[in-house]
Unconditional design. Structure first.
Ligand SMILES: [Zn+2]
Length: 144
């Protein structure tokens, strides 16, 4: 679990040292596991700090409705980019695994490749299959 002393930094916005978390998930996990040991722990919430480019936690309620709205917009935006990045990494990983398989089967033509993918990876999303085809055909061309 994160140690409060370790990820403390000086926040220019708050004009004091605060814990900084890379993601909202990390901040919320910290709250979840530490709220019982912190005074008024159940009042803790995470928020995005534009100054530090990361997440802090606080006991205080939002100063006004506008702050809350801005924070929610930032939250949702960051959550969606985090998800997109994770999805990109996973897709890349799947492409690599299939490419490795294709190479071990020493496939030498587009038809053979199509048939192989059709038989071996019937449930794989089209965009992944398309990337595999594009990259493998490129490899073949470069070899010949
Ligand atoms: Zn800050």
């Amino acid at each position: 679990m994160c140690k409060p002393s370790k990820n403390r930094i000086y926040c220019p916005e708050c004009r004091r040292s605060k814990m900084l978390f890379e993601t909202e998930t990390k901040a919320n996990t910290f709250i979840k596991f530490n709220k019982d040991n912190i005074e008024n722990g159940n009042k803790l919430r995470s928020y995005f700090c534009v100054c530090c480019g990361g997440w802090h936690i606080t006991h205080s309620a939002y100063n006004n409705e506008r702050d809350e709205i801005v924070n929610n917009i930032v939250c949702n935006h960051l959550k969606s980019t985090e998800k997109t990045n994770v999805r990109k990494i996973l897709n890349r990983e799947r492409v690599n695994i299939i490419l490795k398989d294709v190479r071990t089967h020493r496939i030498v033509s587009q038809d053979e490749l199509n048939m192989f993918l059709y038989n071996e990876y019937p449930d794989t999303p089209n965009n992944i299959i398309a990337t595999v085809k594009r990259e493998y055909m490129c490899e073949l061309k470069n070899k010949s």
